[in-house]
Design a protein around this ligand. Structure first.
Ligand SMILES: *Cc1c(COP(=O)(O)O)cnc(C)c1O
Length: 223
């Protein structure tokens, strides 16, 4: 497979985007989103040295997780999670990127056997099709989650609309970073808000320019 070349290109482009933004070259973690392929193909990508794996659906997450059990990989659930599936998966994930309602947080709190690192998903563009809290809803949600001792809010996650213009990307990513800074400054227990999960194959450079620390990349590995 030609995955080594794709892997090297993605990692070099991410490191360059970081240094272009006057940030350390290793300040951005690349999550390889393997949702387009089955475990046998994902295995070839893992051989190239990626260590952070992302899946957006619970069934596919579990399939990959069990296929690679025992390897030292970091597991990211990046897609929306139905409440009834929380118990099947939440204790296996290292990072959950799509915490998008207080009800979901309550279910995670109920099922968690250890603290779960979560990103609050925000919907800056207010796109109907996208999940996530609006900027206006965030403070109330955080207030409700203060009681949930098993939820650690490491940061914010956002997705720009498909085909967003350069100026729309700048607007969405900079607003997300501003919101993150405001929440981090609150210094709430278990809510460090140090991280930003934003940027995919088509827009990771812009996201990194605006402070992203985790990029979720699928297509660029499997093209
Ligand atoms: C599929 C997916 C990605 C990766 O997108 P690409 O454009 O293929 O890089 C990132 N985040 C989420 C939530 C996804 O579902």
């Amino acid at each position: 497979m030609h995955f080594q070349k794709n892997k090297d290109e993605v990692f070099e482009a991410v490191a360059k985007a970081a240094t272009d933004a006057h940030r350390p070259s290793d300040s951005v973690t690349v999550i390889a989103v393997t949702k387009y392929v089955d475990s046998s193909i994902a295995k070839d990508l893992i051989k190239t040295g990626v260590t952070h794996i992302g899946e957006n659906r619970v069934d596919q997450f579990l399939e990959k997780y069990h296929a690679f059990e025992g390897q030292s990989l970091v597991w990211h659930l990046i897609g929306s999670l139905q409440r009834r599936k929380v118990k099947d998966v939440i204790n296996l994930v290292d990072y959950f990127h799509a915490l998008d309602s207080v009800k979901l947080a309550a279910e995670i709190q109920k099922r968690a056997e250890h603290p779960i690192k979560c990103f609050l998903q925000v919907n800056i563009s207010k796109e109907e099709s996208k999940h996530g809290f609006s900027i206006e809803e965030i403070d109330e949600a955080i207030d409700a989650m203060k009681a949930y001792e098993s939820i650690e809010l490491v940061g914010l996650m956002t997705m720009a609309p498909l085909g967003a213009s350069e100026s729309e990307l700048q607007d969405i990513f900079s607003k997300t970073e501003q919101l993150r800074q405001r929440l981090a400054a609150l210094q709430l227990p278990r809510m460090p808000f140090t991280e930003l999960s934003m940027g995919m194959s088509g827009d990771f450079k812009e996201a990194i320019a605006h402070g992203s620390t985790f990029v979720r990349i699928g297509t660029a590995f499997f093209k």
